[in-house]
Design a protein around this ligand. Structure first.
Ligand SMILES: NC(=O)c1ccc[n+]([C@@H]2O[C@H](COP(=O)([O-])OP(=O)(O)OC[C@H]3O[C@@H](n4cnc5c(N)ncnc54)[C@H](O)[C@@H]3O)[C@@H](O)[C@H]2O)c1
Length: 349
């Protein structure tokens, strides 16, 4: 059987993780790459052995020169809609976009629309859904060993628009993708607003899922962490009526249940992250090869739900009220949040 061909869009540092994940899958061939920056493009192509004839400074040229089964979009968060539109117009069957899916919700909606119209599948790279420790906790939740879930709690030292998106998405996954009902949010700080990941520096929120289970979220450099987590801290716990499961970066996970059982395993996050991204692509490859209807674990609709949760944190904070989903939010909302925070002295705290 001939291999599925992959085209990479965006040749920045993050694309290295994608290409190494893709190269673990024998059924695919990374055939081409594109970047509007010719220096980055050539350097990436040289390092990763993509022949010069298959390096492109534009997506249209890549589509004209290649037959693509899968493309990824590893560009800055505010530059995803254009590439997705182009790839959907080129009828690429699977399009994987980095997280968060977009900056503003209307961009995510347009991405989903163009992909649906073109028959392309949109997948968001929320690879934590495939982390080995997350799968162990998910098994414990689904088996009923924890009883009924009362709440989830997630913390990360990177802001909401950095790793907070992963933490909400992971909580959604562990809780069976039950839709959210409402959010109360708080945001602060504009120091990193215009970084690679636009958004406030610090964020906190309480969410209620439609079954009344809570998700408590805290993101930013103020989160409590151990010395070993000085550079990175990611933590999630699920608390049920009969047990509790928690896990974090480099700490692995622990599951304690009412029957006295304790399961503990130390897993290195970096290793898990690599296999997680491979697993995310592998699921898409399997779907393409099988044909017929298939739903990806990290499909665009779920990525959009996570983005809506993030926008809800912003809007609730800016309007000082509890918001129910679905949100009604004006277009270009992130720019409005920035203006609002800059106009409030406390916003810089
Ligand atoms: N899933 C994760 O755990 C994870 C981790 C880190 C970063 N990310 C995401 O990956 C994204 C990219 O990260 P990065 O560090 O590589 O960013 P980067 O900004 O350094 O690189 C992005 C590249 O995209 C190129 N680009 C911009 N517009 C383009 C276009 N229209 N067509 C083709 N190429 C274009 C740029 O020239 C640049 O080389 C970030 O926005 C972040 O959200 C995800």
């Amino acid at each position: 059987m001939s291999k599925l061909t992959v085209g990479l869009v965006g040749c920045g540092p993050r694309q290295r993780a994608h290409i190494s994940a893709l190269r673990q899958i024998p059924e695919v061939e990374v055939a081409s790459c594109a970047d509007i920056d010719p220096v980055r493009l050539q350097a990436f192509g040289e390092t990763h052995g993509i022949p010069a004839a298959h390096r492109y400074t534009g997506i249209e040229a890549m589509l004209a020169g290649e037959r693509l089964d899968i493309a990824n979009v590893v560009t800055p968060a505010g530059v995803r809609l254009g590439p997705v539109k182009a790839l959907a117009a080129g009828r690429v069957p699977v399009i994987v976009v980095e997280k968060p899916m977009a900056v503003d919700l209307e961009e995510a909606d347009q991405m989903l629309r163009v992909c649906t119209d073109a028959g392309s599948r949109l997948i968001v790279n929320h690879q934590y859904r495939f982390l080995p420790f997350a799968l162990r906790i998910k098994e414990a939740v689904d088996s009923g060993a924890l009883g009924s879930i009362e709440y989830l709690r997630a913390t990360c030292m990177n802001k909401l628009h950095g790793q907070g998106t992963h933490m909400i998405d992971l909580a959604n996954f562990l809780h069976g993708d039950v839709p959210l009902q409402w959010v109360m949010g708080m945001v602060a700080g504009t120091e990193t607003f215009d970084s690679k990941l636009p958004g406030p520096d610090r964020d906190a929120a309480v969410f209620a899922y439609q079954d009344n289970v809570r998700l408590y979220l805290e993101c930013g450099r103020q989160v409590p962490r151990t010395d070993a987590e000085a550079k990175q801290h990611l933590y999630i716990e699920v608390v049920g009526t009969r047990g509790r499961a928690w896990g974090g970066i480099d700490a692995g996970y622990r599951i304690v249940t009412a029957d006295g059982g304790t399961v503990e395993e130390r897993l290195r996050w970096a290793d898990g992250d690599r296999t997680a991204e491979t697993a995310l692509y592998r699921e898409a490859v399997a779907g393409l090869q099988r044909g017929g209807p298939w739903l990806h674990r990290s499909r665009g609709e779920l990525g959009r739900r996570t983005l809506e949760a993030m926008v809800g944190v912003l809007q609730s904070a800016m309007e000082h009220r509890m918001l129910t989903f679905p949100l009604s939010v004006p277009p270009g909302y992130m720019a409005q949040v920035k203006r609002g925070l800059l106009a409030t002295p406390a916003g810089n705290g």
